[in-house]
Design a protein around this ligand. Structure first.
Ligand code: ADP
Ligand code: MG
Length: 256
């Protein structure tokens, strides 16, 4: 059965999409079957996985409104090495479209049943807000991976996110748990980075992943080639870090 992980933080630009794309590529390099679901209307995970969002016939939007199944819409990306349920600007209309539909919070979860046995991991790339798309992700997931950029305001939105997770756990999804806090764009030089990192560890303890993702230019360049960094420059520090994260992920699951 697939382990379903929502990668979320309502702050934009903290590394959610970068983590989804590169963790997906690293897990699949380790022979795990991965489905990456793009839940952001910007479609960055879609293009970053080598798919052209303007050429999609169908997208995750069609799954949410129930006109197509996950199997109808998902595509295997040769360039990335994993399967993608893509998104584009159509998803902007999802919030409104879902309003009139029954079980609007759990439509993604319902759609995923048919593919759960085909994948080892399903990664959900959430938009930068706590909207109905994020609620669908949290209702479908077993684990929440929270990327945090170690900078001054990093901790500010976290309590709202934790509150939302708690609400969803109570109301919709009792099996939801925090998978881990991931420190991203880590620059070991500024002492502030260090302070935030220390605070995270104090607060979340072993929920903080040992693996730290460094700031690395290759990670920022790779999406413009439609490639995970592993297939763009596999020696880069970014590629090595996301391989280490995938290893930590697999070990944690085996130990659970
Ligand atoms: P989010 O999905 O949370 O909005 P992204 O993953 O899109 O964040 O990252 C925001 C920007 O920062 C992107 O331009 C991305 O390429 C860049 N980026 C993300 N992680 C790193 C990193 N570790 N090193 C350098 N640039 C990064
Ligand atoms: Mg994103």
């Amino acid at each position: 059965m697939a382990r379903i992980i929502a990668v979320t933080n309502q702050k934009g630009g903290v590394g959610k999409t970068t983590t989804c794309v590169n963790l997906a590529a690293s897990l699949s390099a380790m022979k795990r079957r991965v489905l990456l679901i793009d839940l952001d209307p910007q479609g960055n995970a879609t293009t970053g996985s080598g798919l052209h969002k303007d050429e999609l016939q169908t997208s995750v939007f069609d799954v949410l409104v129930g006109t197509h199944s996950v199997k109808d819409v998902m595509v295997f990306s040769e360039a990335a090495g994993y399967t993608v349920l893509p998104a584009n600007g159509d998803l902007t209309g999802a919030e409104v479209a879902l309003l009139d539909l029954p079980s609007k919070e759990t439509r993604l979860r319902a759609g995923l049943y048919e593919v759960e046995s085909e994948f080892d991991y399903v990664l959900l790339d959430c938009p930068p807000s706590l909207n109905m798309l994020t609620v669908n992700a949290l209702a479908a997931a077993q684990g929440v991976l929270i990327p945090v950029q170690c900078e001054y305001y990093a901790l500010e939105g976290l309590s709202a996110l934790l509150q939302t997770i708690e609400t969803i756990t109570t109301a919709l999804n009792p099996s939801l748990a925090i998978e881990g806090i991931l420190r991203t764009m880590y620059d070991p030089r500024p002492s502030l980075t260090h302070d935030v990192s220390t605070q995270l560890v104090e607060h979340f303890g072993e929920k903080v992943f040992d693996t730290v993702i460094p700031r690395n230019i290759r990670l920022a360049e790779a999406p413009s080639y439609g490639l995970p960094v592993l297939h763009y420059e596999k020696q880069s520090r970014g590629a090595v870090a996301y391989l280490a994260l995938a290893g930590e992920f697999i070990r944690k699951r085996a130990a659970a």
